[in-house]
Design a protein around this ligand. Structure first.
Ligand SMILES: [Zn+2]
Length: 322
């Protein structure tokens, strides 16, 4: 590999030991991904780069790309190769709107059920809010919505539409913690998912509810994709080594969230979901009871937290979805 890439160890357990699954040929995901601008792909030279290896950690069995593109190439991918127009048009699809409404219904119902007095002051944070389609659904009387988005095209679009969106979480100066947290199709893009989720922790209220969703990659699905590629068939568009660095199975998503001090639960029944019952890669989560009682970050008053955040901002730097 060369300087166009940044090498990675297992993002979940930090082990350096891995098994090669395949080298991802961009030809496989370009054809199936309709948001990509094929003329830019041909002209920019990205196809001359070596194919990125998809590997599996020998210790925790997590599948990840052994290399991520460097910042220059990431900027080409996110600002030039991905068509802004095609990406934006996705938010107007009925299925996407209905999904947003369903998620919002679950989150809002849970917060109101848990604390009916919070009706007038619910604070919501979306990490990687994209074109702001979810924030637009949730914005209403008594619901204060904030987003983080590093893609300038999306950020400008959100702010032009009256949404409260920043490019980094350090810029958020709300003076309060968030009751609702969302990251919808974000953590597969991040080079350091554990550090990113841990950095969010101090921004969340003790009784917050979170929603996370990542592309589904059970062992069987991953093996099937690899087999399809070996037989010359098209892979699915999510096996995209330029954008997606992490491939979560339901069990490893469960482990990732639990290891960060949270628990996955069903907001309708309020029951915790054990690992063996985790069947997909979209779920609701909250602090586990141990985190609530022992994590010092959760007990900092916000002013002290700002000071602490400044002191540690270098250490906690992480890459957002672009
Ligand atoms: Zn690992």
């Amino acid at each position: 590999m060369n300087e166009s890439f940044i090498e990675r160890d297992c993002p979940l357990c930090k082990s350096k030991k891995y098994k090669l699954l395949l080298h991802i040929d961009p030809a496989h995901f370009i054809k199936t991904n309709l948001s990509l601008n094929t003329s830019v792909i041909k002209e920019c030279g990205i196809l001359n780069l070596p194919h990125i290896p998809l590997v599996k950690c020998k210790k925790c069995k997590f599948a990840y790309t052994k290399y991520g593109l460097n910042n220059r190439w990431l900027s080409v991918v996110y600002n030039e190769i991905i068509s802004a127009e095609k990406s934006k048009n996705k938010i107007f699809q009925h299925s996407k709107r209905l999904l947003n409404l369903n998620i919002w219904n679950q989150l809002y119902s849970y917060v109101l059920k848990r604390d009916p007095s919070s009706f007038d002051s619910i604070h919501l944070l979306e990490h990687g809010c994209g074109w702001g389609d979810f924030l637009s659904v949730a914005s209403s009387h008594g619901v204060d919505c904030t987003g983080i988005e590093t893609d300038k095209r999306k950020l400008d679009f959100c702010n032009q539409n009256g949404l409260n969106v920043y490019s980094t979480f350090e810029e958020i100066n709300s003076g309060h913690r968030f009751d609702i947290f969302l990251a919808n199709q974000v953590f597969e893009h991040l080079s350091e998912p554990v550090e990113s989720l841990l950095a969010m922790k101090p921004l969340l209220s003790t009784n917050f509810i979170g929603y996370i969703s990542v592309p589904y990659y059970s062992d069987e699905k991953l093996q099937q994709s690899i087999k399809n590629i070996a037989h010359g068939q098209l892979s699915d568009k999510n096996l995209n080594s330029w954008e997606h660095l992490n491939y979560f199975s339901p069990q490893l998503l469960w482990k990732f969230i639990n290891n960060c001090g949270f628990e996955i639960f069903n907001p309708t029944t309020d029951q915790t979901i054990p690992k063996r019952k985790m069947v997909n890669t979209s779920c609701y989560f909250r602090f586990n009871s141990e985190s609530k009682s022992t994590d010092p970050n959760l007990h900092f008053p916000m002013l002290f937290y700002r000071f602490y955040q400044k002191l540690t901002s270098q250490k906690n730097r992480f890459v957002f979805k672009h």
